[in-house]
Design a protein. Structure first.
Length: 266
């Protein structure tokens, strides 16, 4: 029986805010977790890498992080350093999940190929949800997967789609039970951006938000790289619903679940 252990690691909190008369819902004090898996054989695997305090989209957003919530400090509690992590899985590449990849330049980084395909068909202004400066310089370390794929005994990537084109969850064997790391599978938030009037987007793009928009040549650079990239083909399928994913395991873990603050291990 394979017994992997999952440790939720809190990297801080963020608030995404548009002040004023906008009917924009509160996205306030959201806990941001990454997950350390210690495999049955003792190998550490990291899932997601958190957010950058200096890169939170929307004009009135803020983040909070204590020194002990920095990634190197979190790993030190397990007698690990970032260089000990040889495998990183990104559920997706949104700004709040991929900013800490800078700590892992020598790790293999598992991402669904569809995550990049989706970048070529983003909704207007959706580029602000992604920050290529967080991850594109590490493209030589990307391991692109198409579909469901077991990366090691008891750890399988599940391409879900939905939240992003290439969003993936993980199915993890934890002894007698199977845990599903859902990532952000339960929801999408593209509709939120439709609540911001076009006129305010233009003010934001030319003012405080200019750094959240991509340089004109960035998309072409990503596309040129992707067209030549090697892709590992797993089990292909249509996107899973949240119900489909939950049926695959007894334990369901959402990346921003506040109850994880008091959870030491799974």
């Amino acid at each position: 029986m394979i017994k992997n252990t999952i440790y939720p690691l809190l990297t801080g909190f963020f608030t995404v805010a548009f002040k004023g008369d906008l009917k924009f819902p509160k996205v306030e004090n959201i806990p941001s977790f990454i997950f350390l898996i210690i495999t049955d054989s003792g190998e550490p695997v990291l899932v997601d890498t958190g957010f950058d305090l200096n890169h939170i989209p929307a004009p009135d957003s803020i983040g909070k992080r204590e020194p002990h919530q920095e990634i190197p400090a979190l790993l030190k509690k397990f007698d690990l350093t970032p260089s000990d992590i040889k495998k990183v899985v990104q559920t997706h590449l949104h700004w709040d999940h991929a900013a800490g990849l800078k700590y892992f330049p020598h790790a293999d980084i598992y991402i669904q190929a569809a995550e990049f395909e989706g970048l070529f068909h983003l909704l207007r202004y959706e580029e602000t949800s992604f920050c290529p400066e967080h991850w594109f310089h590490l493209r030589d370390k990307f391991i692109l997967i198409n579909g469901d794929y077991e990366i090691m005994p008891g750890i399988t990537l599940l391409r879900t789609g939905g939240h992003t084109s290439g969003h993936q969850a993980l199915k993890i064997q934890c002894g007698e039970k199977t845990a599903i790391l859902l990532g952000d599978s339960p929801f999408t938030y593209e509709w939120l951006w439709t609540l911001v009037p076009e006129s305010l987007w233009e003010i934001y793009k030319t003012g405080r938000g200019r750094n959240f928009f991509w340089q004109e040549e960035k998309l072409s650079e990503i596309k040129s790289w992707f067209e030549k990239a090697e892709i590992i083909h797993g089990r292909d399928h249509d996107d899973y619903s949240v119900e489909d994913i939950k049926r695959m395991g007894e334990i369901h873990i959402f990346s921003h679940d506040p109850s994880l603050i008091n959870t030491k291990s799974i």
